[in-house]
Design a protein around this ligand. Structure first.
Ligand SMILES: *Cc1c(COP(=O)(O)O)cnc(C)c1O
Length: 356
């Protein structure tokens, strides 16, 4: 049975990746052992790690002076780890508050120094991305969430803030080209657009993280992972392997520029359907709409349950909205093809004909 999985995360991955990963669980590259039982120091896994790092660098055109790291603890650990390393007591950092994940990041940073919330869309229910905010000269770096998985908004471009940006790109990493040189740290939990849960990719500018501002435990110090090439301790072997396979798939399918092209077409199709509809409507401001997570609402709430049933009947899974927003959310990550989006649009159209 073909199910169209629109879940926000853990999320859809390319079916070729699932096929290859399941082979590797049984017998990795014909060595008679599973990927799950080989040493992380084996030459076979070292090759996986090397390829994962090289693919991330190639796909995102990571410049000299940066390292690609594979960490554990999820993006949520990066909320704390970034500020623990970078934000000294009495120092100030700027945060852009665009939703739940930004707010959680702010909470962690406040443990270490002064947080200046430069701009927030909270009052408007996080329906947009603040623009044109000032960055005071005492701000050491600016943290932002590039794509707001829950509210369905996305930075279409990144502001020039005059200091390095630390960005949570959990839900749009590898979805489009980015200019890495603007960033001091990019981090992303893999389970949205890159792999299974259990690994966080970080792209760090080496001189930006070189001198932690305080005593930092070994496992919370970026330099540990830089020096040991993400092999200080046992890395999450399987999530890194699957992420590597996904990056191979991205490369084979034209790279992140092509991903962006396809993601734009998918988003246009879906948002176009909201805009034509008299029953459904998009939640986010048009210019800030996410190409990864499309959040939409229904004018007649009493029909919400019936719509979800219609989705289920069409083998569409995962469109129930986040509990804090309600309504619906269609996550249309790289691995969701346009046929899946068309199927959802068809269900919406049919539903509106029957119930509109
Ligand atoms: C899912 C998500 C997180 C949380 O990631 P974990 O890996 O579960 O800690 C953080 N930020 C964004 C933007 C997310 O989408």
């Amino acid at each position: 049975m073909k199910v169209y999985n629109f879940s926000a995360g853990p999320a859809i991955l390319p079916k070729e990746v699932f096929a290859e990963a399941s082979e590797a669980v049984k017998d990795f590259q014909g060595i008679g052992m599973s990927i799950l039982e080989i040493s992380h120091r084996s030459k076979e896994f070292q090759a996986v790690m090397d390829e994962a790092m090289a693919l991330a660098k190639e796909l995102l055109q990571v410049p000299e002076g940066y390292e690609v790291l594979f960490l554990q603890g999820g993006a949520s650990t990066q909320f704390a780890m970034s500020s623990m390393n970078l934000l000294g007591e009495g120092e100030t950092v700027g945060y852009v508050d665009t939703g739940t994940w930004s707010a959680k990041a702010i909470k962690e940073a406040k443990m270490y120094g002064n947080v200046n919330v430069l701009a927030s869309s909270k009052e408007a229910g996080y329906d947009s991305i603040p623009k044109g905010f000032d960055v005071p000269s005492d701000v050491k770096y600016v943290h932002l969430t590039s794509n707001n998985t829950i509210y369905g908004t996305q930075f279409q471009s990144f502001p020039d803030v005059g200091v390095p940006i630390v960005a949570d790109m959990s839900s749009d990493i590898l979805s489009r080209p980015i200019d890495v040189s603007k960033f001091g740290i990019i981090y992303a939990g893999a389970q949205k657009n890159m792999g299974p849960s259990g690994v966080t990719m970080a792209i760090v500018k080496k001189d930006f993280v070189a001198n932690p501002v305080r005593k930092t435990p070994t496992m919370f110090n970026y330099n540990t992972f830089i020096e040991k090439q993400s092999m200080f301790n046992t890395p999450p072997v399987f999530p890194i392997y699957v992420s590597m396979l996904t990056m191979r798939w991205v490369k084979k399918n034209g790279g992140v520029a092509k991903m962006n092209e396809v993601n734009t077409a998918k988003a246009d199709l879906l948002y176009g359907a909201f805009d034509k509809s008299d029953l459904f409507y998009g939640r986010a401001k048009v210019e800030d709409r996410s190409k990864m997570n499309a959040v939409f609402l229904i004018k007649d709430e009493s029909k919400a349950g019936a719509f979800l049933e219609a989705c289920t009947a069409a083998n569409i899974s995962g469109v129930k909205g986040h509990r804090s927003v309600g309504g619906f959310r269609a996550s249309i990550y790289n691995a969701m093809d346009i046929n899946g989006v068309q199927t959802l649009v068809d269900v919406m159209t049919e539903f509106e004909k029957a119930h509109g």
